[in-house]
Design a protein around this ligand. Structure first.
Ligand SMILES: [Zn+2]
Length: 131
């Protein structure tokens, strides 16, 4: 038996299927947009750090991106084998990437700072240059 719903559509059942379909489509679109936004945010977090020094090292670059996205999603650098640089009184955290590189994070905000080679890292850790 057909009936007319409050929205003006007519159909069978307890609720208007036309409006339900519209609402679902809208919800799906919102969901897709959120996913796109999250993906963009992740890319931005990774993009905030110059990874060009490992352009020739695909695996290191992938690992760096993965670490950046983990920290961006709330994993603390300490959970990723990170440690604070003593010379910076914990203001800078470093996470090993591969065997020869380290990602530096701002301690208080956990914002990614830069990717450094082991040599760069040593001079920063020795407080010879700023990060
Ligand atoms: Zn309707």
């Amino acid at each position: 038996m057909k009936r007319t719903f409050e929205c003006g559509h007519s159909g069978k059942g307890q609720y208007c299927h036309a409006c339900a379909a519209t609402a679902k489509a809208r919800e799906d679109l919102r969901h897709t947009r959120n996913q796109k936004r999250d993906a963009k945010r992740l890319a931005a977090a990774a993009g905030a750090v110059d990874l060009s020094i490992v352009d020739h090292l695909g695996a290191v670059q992938r690992e760096a991106r993965e670490l950046l996205s983990k920290v961006n999603c709330g994993t603390h650098p300490y959970a990723l084998r990170g440690k604070s640089l003593k010379s910076t009184s914990g203001l800078i955290l470093s996470v090993p990437v591969g065997r020869s590189y380290r990602l530096l994070f701002d301690g208080p905000t956990l914002a990614p700072l830069r990717l450094v080679s082991h040599e760069d890292y040593n001079t920063i850790a020795d407080n010879q240059v700023a990060a």
